[in-house]
Design a protein around this ligand. Structure first.
Ligand code: ADP
Length: 475
C-alpha cells in the first residue's frame, strides 16, 4: 500500500476516534446539563405546589379527592383565562385548539405521596396507589400542614427522569447539529490530511527516484535536502552517501591508474634490458642479470604490498589480539635495525618508559608498522643524525602513544595528511632510488585503523619528523 494512502487511512482513523469520543462526551454532558436545568425548573414549581397542597390538606383534613382536584387544575386555569378575556361564565369560548391541547400547555405532571410514601394523586394516573421508594422521594418537596409532615410533592422530571415531548425534540436537534458539526470538521480534516500527506511523501517519492538512478550507476544525482525534519536529514545523508560513492569510485580509478603507472617502470626496465641483451646491446653477464633480478624483486614486493593493502582495506585482515608490552617490540626493533643505523652513522635509541606500555594488539602486525616507521626514519635521516623510540601512557584517555622520531628533513605541514595516501611521496625524484613506492605508510595507517587506533605525524624535538601511533591501553 502506498505511503500516501496509508497516511490518509491513519488520518481517517484518528479523526474517527477523536470525533466519535468527543461526540459521545459532548452528548452526555449536554444531556446532563439539560436534565439538571429541567429538574431545577420543576423543583421551583414543586415548592409552589407544596404550599397549595398544604392548604388543601389543612382544609380537607386529609388527601381525599386530591386526584380529581389536581386533574381539575388545568381546567380551573383554563376557565380563569377564558373568564378574564371573554368575561363569560358558561360555555368556554377559546377556540381553534382542542381543550385538551390547551390544558396540556397549562399542566405539569404532579404526583403527591402521603407521609407513608403511598401515591395519593398522579395527574398521569400511572403510579396511583403505589408505594414510592424513599430514595426517590428525597428529590421531592415535603408538604407541611400545621407544622406536620403530611406528604411529598413531585413535579415533572422528579417523577420520571426520561426526557419526552418538546424537551426530547430539543435535545435531539442539539445532537443532530453536533453530528453534522463533527462530520463536516472530520471531512475537512481528512481533506487537509490528504493534502499534507502528499506534501510529506513528496520528498520520499523524489528520494526513491534518486535511489533508482544510483542503482543504475548514475552518481550525478543530488536530491533537495532543504529543511530540518527527518526527511531532510535522510536527503542530506543520501547526498553524503552519493559524495562518498563518488569519492570511492574516483579512488578506485586512481588506484588502478597509479598501480599501472608504478608497475610500468620496473616492467619497462626489465623489458628494455632483456631486449638489449637479445639485440646484443647489453652483455649477457652476471651484473646485467643481477640488475634485472633486482627489478623483478622490487616488482614482486610492490605486488605483495598492493595485495596486502587490498586485504586490509576490504576488511579481510584477521588480527590475533593479545596483551603486549610495546617495549618488547621497540627493543627487538633496536636490535634489528642496529646494523643499518650504524652503517649510516645514525644513533638509534629507545627511551625507558614511565610505566609498562601495555596494549591489546596483533604483535606481528604492529611490529610491521613500527619497523616501517623506523626504516623510513633511517632512510630519510642524513648520516650523523638520530632516531629515537619511546612510549607514553595517557591514563585519562586510556591510550598509549608510541613515538618514532628522527632528526631528518621532517614532513612539511601541508603534506602530513597526504603521506598516508597510497603511492604518495613527498619528493618523487629522490624517493624511488631509496626503494620506496609510497605504500608503506598507507599500509601502516590501515593496520593501525584495524586495531581501532590512530596514526599521525608532527614535528619532533629532534628536528625531524615524529610519527605517533595511538593505541587503546589494555584494560
Ligand atoms: P616510501 O616507501 O616511499 O617510503 P611511505 O609510504 O613509507 O613510502 O612514505 C611516504 C613518503 O613520506 C615518503 O616517500 C617520504 O617522502 C615521506 N616520509 C616518510 N617517512 C619520512 C621520514 N621519517 N622523514 C621524512 N619523510 C618521510
Amino acid at each position: 500500500m502506498k505511503l500516501r494512502v496509508r497516511l490518509s487511512m491513519y488520518f481517517l482513523l484518528v479523526i474517527c476516534v477523536v470525533a466519535g469520543s468527543s461526540l459521545i462526551f459532548i452528548q452526555h454532558t449536554t444531556e446532563n446539563l439539560f436534565r439538571s436545568f429541567i429538574f431545577s425548573g420543576d423543583s421551583e414549581k414543586a415548592k409552589i405546589y407544596a404550599t397549595i397542597l398544604a392548604d388543601y390538606y389543612a382544609e380537607n383534613k386529609g388527601w381525599q379527592d386530591l386526584q380529581s382536584f389536581l386533574s381539575e387544575i388545568p381546567q380551573i386555569a383554563f376557565s380563569g383565562i377564558d373568564r378574564r378575556i371573554h368575561g363569560g361564565q358558561g360555555t368556554l369560548r377559546i377556540s381553534g385548539y382542542p381543550e385538551k391541547t390547551i390544558s396540556a400547555l397549562l399542566s405539569d405532571r404532579i404526583a403527591v405521596a402521603d407521609k407513608n410514601g403511598v401515591i395519593v394523586a398522579d395527574t398521569a394516573a400511572k403510579i396511583l396507589h403505589t408505594v414510592h421508594p424513599a430514595s426517590h422521594l428525597k428529590y421531592g418537596i415535603p408538604i407541611f400542614a400545621n407544622s406536620e409532615h403530611v406528604g411529598t410533592v413531585l413535579v415533572g422530571s422528579m417523577i420520571d427522569s426520561s426526557i419526552t415531548g418538546i424537551n426530547e425534540r430539543f435535545l435531539s436537534s442539539i445532537v443532530t447539529s453536533l453530528i453534522w458539526g463533527v462530520l463536516i470538521s472530520a471531512g475537512l480534516a481528512l481533506f487537509l490530511g490528504l493534502i499534507f500527506s502528499a506534501q510529506v511523501t513528496k520528498p520520499i517519492v523524489s528520494l526513491t527516484g534518486a535511489v533508482h538512478h544510483v542503482a543504475e550507476g548514475d552518481l550525478s544525482i543530488v536530491v533537495n535536502a532543504e529543511g530540518n525534519d527527518e526527511i531532510a536529514d535522510l536527503a542530506k545523508s543520501f547526498n553524503r552517501m552519493i559524495e562518498e560513492l563518488k569519492r570511492l569510485e574516483n579512488a578506485r580509478k586512481q588506484i588502478i591508474a597509479d598501480s599501472a603507472h608504478e608497475l610500468r617502470t620496473p616492467v619497462t626496465l626489465i623489458q628494455g634490458t632483456i631486449e638489449g641483451m637479445i639485440d646484443g646491446v647489453f652483455p649477457i653477464d652476471i651484473p646485467t642479470l643481477k640488475s634485472v633480478h633486482e627489478e623483478t624483486v622490487r616488482l614482486s614486493r610492490l605486488i605483495d604490498m598492493l595485495r596486502e593493502l587490498e586485504i586490509i582495506e576490504s576488511g579481510k585482515l584477521v588480527l590475533s589480539l593479545e596483551t603486549i608490552n610495546v617495549m618488547d617490540i621497540l627493543h627487538k626493533a633496536e636490535a634489528l635495525f642496529a646494523s643499518s643505523a650504524k652503517e649510516k652513522d645514525i644513533a638509534l635509541s629507545v627511551d625507558p618508559p614511565d610505566a609498562p606500555p601495555l596494549i591489546k594488539a596483533d604483535y606481528l602486525r604492529l611490529s610491521e608498522v613500527i619497523y616501517n616507521l623506523i626504516s623510513n626514519s633511517i632512510k630519510y635521516t642524513p648520516s650523523g643524525g638520530r632516531v629515537r623510540l619511546r612510549t607514553k601512557n595517557d591514563e585519562k584517555r586510556a591510550v598509549t602513544r608510541i613515538y618514532v622520531e628522527d632528526s631528518g628533513p621532517g614532513i612539511p605541514a601541508e603534506e602530513r595528511e597526504r603521506i598516508f595516501e597510497r603511492f604518495y611521496r613527498i619528493d618523487k625524484s629522490r624517493s624511488p632510488d631509496r626503494g620506496g613506492r609510497g605504500l608503506g605508510l598507507a599500509i601502516a595507517r590501515e593496520i593501525v585503523k584495524a586495531h581501532g587506533g590512530n596514526i599521525a605525524v608532527t614535528d619532533s624535538e629532534l628536528g625531524g619528523a615524529a610519527f605517533i601511533i595511538e593505541m587503546k591501553a589494555a584494560s
